[in-house]
Design a protein around this ligand. Sequence first.
Ligand code: ADP
Ligand code: MG
Length: 269
Amino acid sequence: MIRLNVDKLTFSYGDADAISEVTLDVERGEFVGLIGPNGSGKSTVLKNLYRALTPDAGGVTLDGGDLFRLSHKQSALKLGVVGQENDVPFDFLVEEIVAMGRSPHKKLFDMDTAWDKQIVHHALEHLGMAGMAKRSYLNLSGGEKQRVLIARVIAQETDFLLLDEPTNHLDISYQLQILDFVKRLRVTVLSAIHDLNMAALYCDRLFVLKAGKIVLSGTPEEVLTPENIHSVYGVQCDTMLHPKTGKLTITYLPGINEPEALITDFKYQ
Ligand code: ADP
Ligand code: MG
């Protein structure tokens, strides 16, 4: 059953289309990855879906209903978002930021209930941030901020998550921990991911953007062939199914894609 259906979504910041006729679908319970080079339009697609931008053309349905007919509060009850630029303008405590995830469930001026507090505490605990609940958000490291924002989206308790490179600032142990955690939530996920090995490990299906257009889609095994990776990213690699994970893994082969002269002639001044 299709949960999210994006039909010919088109958006431009100025003259040229940043994304053009992007069509994709995410089925209930799937973890779908949006991959593609820097500037290919991943964030633009997601921003149109979480309504930070308004599309020039195209349609989006969520659970069969027109997404753009929902109020922002109704959308927030269905869609949890972790965007890429998340600087909050004022300083808040970590637990206050996470508590904001509860706001779509409440009326204006409602106090936090014991239940809200428990959800906030559990979300922080799951991300190893319980000891930092009273710290100020702005003084955290990039990775800690990222974990707080993921705790916030968990506290929001939606069954669909839109994530824009959610593990960007994190070291490998938190990357794995957070993606494992999201996977265990058994919610439906559409996530931009720039690390192709991570995409292969966690995603059921991938859509590949290049210059604002979807150029490939399918399972990681179908999409992440050395030929496709070369045509989208211009790099050489080998791929194999890892004997322990059973998942596709990519080994990049640097140097092979660059002319020898560029490497050997380079000298620091
Ligand atoms: P990605 O997330 O895949 O790196 P983006 O969606 O951020 O790509 O960007 C897609 C294209 O739109 C890029 O060419 C980028 O320079 C352009 N772009 C992104 N944001 C803006 C903006 N606010 N104003 C103008 N152009 C933008
Ligand atoms: Mg981006």
